[in-house]
Design a protein. Sequence first.
Length: 478
Amino acid sequence: MPEPRTWQLVAGSAVLGLALAAGAVAAAGPWDTGQRKAERARAVTLGTTGGAHHAGAPAAPAPRRPAPAPSAAGVLRALEAAGTTGTTTRPGDLAATLVPLLADPGLGPLRTASVVDAATGRQLYGEGAGTPMTPASTIKIATTAAALSALGPDHRIATTTVTSTDGRTVTLVGGGDPTLDRARLAALADATARALKTRRATTVRLAYDAGLYTGPARHPIGPNENLAPVSALMTDAGRLDDSRGGPAPRTADPARDTATAFAELLRKAGVTVKDTPTPGKAPKGDRAVPLARTDSAPLADLVERTLTHSDNDLAEALARQTALAHGRPASFTGAAQAVHDELARLRLPLAGARFADGSGLDRRDRVTAALLTGILTRAADPARPQLRPVLTGLPVGGFSGTLTDRFGSDTTASGAGLVRAKTGTLTGVNTLAGTVVTADGRLLAFAFLAGRTSSPATAQPALDRLSAALAPRHSPEP
């Protein structure tokens, strides 16, 4: 029999799989779904850190306490009624199932695997589980877990305006929020204009301060449509089109473009802005007069967006927020050290791990399959509710995010709606790590990493078959 706390762990994922299999997915916002919000309300407890709001915004809701988990017994009865079969958690059974699938030539000559019982942390199957591999975007599991652990799920990233005591210069100060959009920038401009008018300051110069981040802004891959220059001040992740995700043309100077747009918005709000915006340091201490601020969504939501859509800009921002929480420079190097240190604080297996970036675009990144399953197991621990968005943010096979178009074939269909996993794709690298509920009611964490693959067209279906093999399967109608 599973341990008593296993029911708490499996219920959310099993309910999700059933709901998705029934097609009960309702849109509710640009990043989220009604299903995900309902699931999070049932299964996720958010902590109580951060959450400041700018003047005039509604007060933050009271911190939420753990909600009772849905009855796992009921969930499993529903699965049984549907006529499901599948692997159990016996290591011998898993090995017999997974070994032939791991031999798929589509996975290339380098492949590692780890399957862990999330309730106990016991490894049920491993193949090179401690061997460091290039993870591609599955490293975002580590990035987001470190950010949640260091900052808490209610942390928000602020963009602010301040003025000098003489009121002649307004400084737009970036806090590292790549989700700042035109609407929030306009609201910030309106609030800033109102604050200036109360001080009888209607003519100002505009400076902008993106100095929170240090070191190179360009990722080592160079200019790339998958990632803007990493800046503490940007709008819409530096996108030059109307896209909300995926590759897109990017500005070479996100901070300057944001400040230029802000200056025009201030003018529309009735403030005369002299000259063009210039880079500068915001006044500090007694010389600074706060004017207005806008805050990002809570970190829990940012984590879900990062994982569901494999958002590289957000991943790099969250890595730098972790660096700031550790008192390190908000740079590629400082973020790497901070993520490593935070995961060490969680007592995770870090032998051979290297975090060259937060997004997984850097081929120098290294993680093990054991590390990924270890993080997922920590996120499932009822004693660590602050990490739960790592699980709720995972794409759902066949339904959401980067798994929308996967798990459609006859050989992988059993994973649709039941497998939740983060994908990873670089040329010659294909990875998949996530969770699944087995036919006997266990929540498993899995990670499959493949290197020197010849094509994602063959590697991705092979990975899907591996994860689908862990999920319950419908037995034939009598």
